[in-house]
Design a binder for this molecule. Structure first.
Ligand SMILES: [Zn+2]
Length: 166
């Protein structure tokens, strides 16, 4: 049977703002850390250079080569995360996000965010995983193992797509 969606329902779905959907209706606690240097691998080397007063690479969109920069100059192109604007060390909202990832797998999600505070220069890390979150590759691996197992025991293989329409 083909399910025909109510057009108004579909419209609602399309109008939904997904900007902060990764952090809505959370089902577990957000893991946090405060660090004097980035926890995310990205920018770790540059951060050390900035603190040492060594030149760092100029953003390719504004120029080329290396330059000694202040923290503010170096981070000037980063944007605030308006869902998580506050510094976990000093509560300032003068923050900029330098690292953000979100992963969705079958309606479950995982995200990571790290901010640099312009006031205290500490890094605020936040990460989250839905309790039974699996990465797409983990999900595929388990599904594959189940299929192999079912085949070995002679059970009929029920495909996911068939199950979804049952
Ligand atoms: Zn701060």
């Amino acid at each position: 049977m083909v399910k025909i969606n109510d057009p108004t329902e579909k419209e609602e779905e399309e109008k939904k703002d997904w900007t902060h959907a990764y952090a809505e209706d959370l089902r577990a606690d957000i893991y946090t850390e405060v660090n004097p240097s980035p926890k995310a691998t990205v920018h770790q080397r540059e951060w050390r250079k900035i603190l040492n007063g060594d030149p760092v690479e100029i953003n390719p969109s504004v120029g080329a080569g290396l330059k000694v920069m202040t923290i503010n100059e170096w981070s000037s192109r980063w944007k605030q995360n308006d869902r998580f604007p506050d510094c976990l060390a000093c509560q300032s909202v003068s923050t900029k996000e330098h690292h953000f990832t979100q992963t969705w797998c079958r309606g479950k999600r995982q995200f990571e965010s790290e901010l640099l505070c312009s006031d205290c220069h500490m890094f605020s890390w936040r990460s989250y995983s839905d309790p039974d979150f699996m990465l797409p590759e983990e999900y595929d691996k388990i599904r594959w193992e189940k299929m192999v197992e079912a085949k070995a025991t002679g059970k009929p293989i029920v495909r996911d797509s068939a199950k979804a329409h049952a």
